[in-house]
Ligand binder design. Structure first.
Ligand code: AMP
Length: 303
């Protein structure tokens, strides 16, 4: 349970144990009024080098095209946001929205109240917001740092999808591989994964102290980013490269990125958790032919 900051009299802090009820209520409402427009998919397991990936296939291309068109407009969908998608205030700096075009149920966006750039480094307030979100939702938190990392909006937004990831109950397809060489509190990489990455396993996150926790998480992030040459010692300088951040209650990982898609298959942070999305059966067939690891290798950086 989150205690220190949420017991404050400021109304903007998330009140403990209120996030899930609010998510369910708002989802119901947003579906009824048409603001929430889930993108229907089917899914298939695709194996490559003995590694299993979950691949979602769009059931309805039209809706995805509509979603893309909505995203390509110059307006900022998070400022002002659609009030029908508003879930709750999280902190004085961040609030929670439902992802309008969700592929997975209860896909949350954690956006900054004021405009900040998606190219900015994450800061203590961002990690505090992520910690508050993860304290109530056992999920995968992620950040697509820059357009080459799969971001479609320039306004800073982090995301959380609840676990398990797949309808059959699988938590995260690539999790055990990502963690294979990540000893507690030390960054590690798995040579079986053909793209640069670095993962740190947490000892145990103390969600009762979100402020202290956010500083610890920030330190881990800076260490991983620095080790991958994505951040200089002077962390105020703009980020030299795109990257994905993935984080659960147990670990944090960073994956540097070279491009947003390969063979027209777009990849964001979820790809490096083992979940891909294709447009149609033809694209699925091509993905099966070349293998998901090839796609991740091409959109990542050489290991
Ligand atoms: P990303 O594409 O990773 O940058 O994440 C941005 C997300 O915002 C996408 O997954 C979109 O589905 C979602 N989105 C687009 N427009 C809106 C909107 N008006 N309100 C809430 N979410 C939106």
């Amino acid at each position: 349970m989150v205690q220190d900051c949420t017991s404050s009299s400021q109304p903007l802090w998330l009140q403990p144990e209120t996030l899930w009820p609010k998510i369910r209520l708002q989802t119901q409402h947003a579906l009824e009024c048409g603001s929430l427009q889930p993108i229907p998919t089917t899914y298939k397991w695709v194996e490559h080098n003995g590694i299993r990936f979950v691949v979602r296939i769009l059931a309805n291309l039209q809706r995805k095209i509509a979603a893309k068109q909505a995203q390509s407009k110059t307006f900022n969908p998070f400022l002002p946001y659609d009030p029908h998608l508003f879930v709750t205030d999280l902190s004085p700096t961040h609030l929670v929205l439902l992802n309008k075009f969700n592929v997975m149920d209860h896909h949350l966006l954690i956006v900054t109240r004021e405009f900040e750039s998606q190219d900015d480094f994450l800061n203590a307030q961002d990690f505090q917001a992520l910690a508050l979100g993860l304290s109530e939702v056992d999920g995968l938190a992620f950040y697509n740092g820059g357009f080459k990392a799969g971001a479609s909006q320039p306004h800073k937004h982090m995301q959380i999808v609840p676990l398990p990831f797949v309808p059959d109950g699988s938590r995260l397809p690539l999790e055990s591989l990502l963690l294979e060489n990540a000893v507690a509190e030390q960054a590690g990489a798995n040579p079986r994964l053909p793209f640069q990455h670095l993962v740190t396993r947490f000892e145990k996150l103390d969600f009762t102290q979100p402020k202290a926790l956010s500083m610890d998480l920030l330190e881990v992030y800076r260490h991983l980013m620095g080790s991958l040459n994505l951040m200089s010692l002077d962390s105020t300088k703009p980020s030299p490269g795109a990257y994905n951040l993935l984080m659960t209650r147990e670990w944090m990982g960073i994956v540097p990125r070279s491009q947003d898609s390969y063979a027209d298959i777009p990849i964001n942070a979820l790809g490096f958790a083992g979940a891909l999305l294709v447009r149609n059966k033809e694209q699925l067939a091509y993905l099966q032919e070349i293998g998901p690891l090839t796609v991740l290798q091409e959109v990542g950086c050489p290991a």
